[in-house]
Structures are given as structure tokens and as C-alpha cells.
Design a protein around this ligand. Sequence first.
Ligand SMILES: Nc1ncnc2c1ncn2[C@@H]1O[C@H](COP(=O)(O)OP(=O)(O)O)[C@@H](O)[C@H]1O
Ligand SMILES: [Mg+2]
Length: 260
Amino acid sequence: MPRDGLGFREFERRLERERDSWRFRRKDADDRKTYDGVFDRDNLLRIYKLFSDGVIDQVDFPISTGKEGNVFRAIRSDGTFLALKIYRTSTATFKEMAKYVHGDPRFKGVTRNRRKLIYTWASKEFRNLQRLEDAGVRVPSPVSCHKNLIVMEYIGTESSPAPLMRSVTLEDPEAMARKLLDYVRRAYQKAELVHGDLSEFNVLIHEGEPVIIDVGQAVLLGHPLAEELLVRDMGNMARYFSKHGVGIDVDAELRRIRKR
Ligand SMILES: Nc1ncnc2c1ncn2[C@@H]1O[C@H](COP(=O)(O)OP(=O)(O)O)[C@@H](O)[C@H]1O
Ligand SMILES: [Mg+2]
């Protein structure tokens, strides 16, 4: 999708075609459902804005299609890759999201309007990425946020996105556990954030190193859910690593994380 001189109609037609070819390639029976709400007119216009602002030059292939949105690989004009996450504005998990946004002083006064809440969610994820990166937690570096679209560093190789921790065999599970616990501590002490959905499903392994993703639900320490979510995150880590022969003393770790 080159952007020079491409009018919206032409763009829309081309994206339609690309979407059809993705559909064609993927044999999922529920493909139609998968893309519903992602490539509607509004989102096409927003992607178009990313093109005209020079943030991205092309939308590459879909990396993941989830309940709340899709992640695509995107290509910059210099040929390097980015990741584009698009939240569905018709998401079924709206109520869940509200729980994490209300109670965050950064987003006081956000209405109960569904569309606005999704925009807030995307900007919350974007800002959380920034805070975590500043605190020295390895996350995809945030690049840009526009309404329900987030552009961030692409984690992976030329040929494929990095695998989830759950689907790789760790060479040194103990070292991995130590790194992740250090990230949880940095997130807490420096970024003052609790991830809230930390598990082997939200850690990518890239060149042997963990990269934490999916931080939309992460909450500030003052949030009423923060402590409960921290305990849950640690429980997930302990459960996962115990299956790989690494014991984590959750109480001791929690004390260490909370000691500020
Ligand atoms: N920056 C990224 N680089 C490469 N792949 C990514 C990136 N962000 C997300 N992904 C892939 O997309 C999937 C879904 O992203 P995630 O942020 O976990 O959203 P959700 O779980 O809510 O669908 C991830 O499991 C991962 O495989
Ligand atoms: Mg996820």
C-alpha cells in the first residue's frame, strides 16, 4: 500500500483486496468474524492517517487476532518493521475494561461512552509502555497512539514474530524467572505499575530475552485492584516456573517487591 497520491477510495479498495487475500490465506471458519470491527471504515481512515503522518508505510500480515483486537506487522518507509495493535471499538469486553480505567487518576472523568473508553484504553496501554520502558522493563518501545490504534516496536525476526514464552523451551528457566521477577519489581518500584495480566501468554522470547507485552490493563499502585493483581501476577509466575523446575517463594518475593 504505497501512500503517495493514494486517495481514500483507492486505499479502501486496496485494503479490501488485501483483507480478502488474508481471508483467503487463512482457512479459519470464523475469519469473517475475526476481521469484523477491525477493518471498518473508521479504522481504515485511522490507518490512513498513520500512512499520511508517515508513521507507517504499509500494513503487513496479521500477527494475532484476539477478542479485543488484532495485531499486525507494519512496515516503515525505511523498510524496518513495527507492530500495529488495533482495538475493536465493538469489543465484548467493555465492562472488563471499565474496571481497570475507572480508579486510575490519569483518566479521571472518562465517560461511560464505549468508543471513548476504548480510546482511553489504547492511550493507557501506550503510556504504560512508556513508563515501563523508562523504568528499565523490556517492553516493545512505544511509537505512536491514535485513537484505538497503537504503534510500537515489532518484536521478532524478518520472517516471524517472537514466540510466546508458553510455546518455547527455556534454556535456563531459573535465569528467566530472575529476569521476570526483576521486571515485576522495577515495574512496581520505578514505574509504580502492576501488569495485571502477567503470564507465559504475555511474555515474548526474543533472542533469548523476555519481552513483556499486553500492558493495557496495567494499573498504578494507587488503584484499588493493584495489590490483588500483583499477587495474581506472582502466582502465575510461580505456577509457570514450578512446572519448569524453578521454585519461587511468592511471599518472600512480594516482600522484596513491596520494599521501597
Ligand atoms: N510488539 C509486538 N511484536 C510482535 N508481536 C506482538 C507484539 N505485540 C503483540 N504481539 C503478538 O500479538 C499477540 C496479541 O497481543 P497482545 O498485546 O497480547 O493482545 P491480546 O492478548 O489482548 O490479544 C501476542 O500474543 C503476540 O503474539
Ligand atoms: Mg495477550
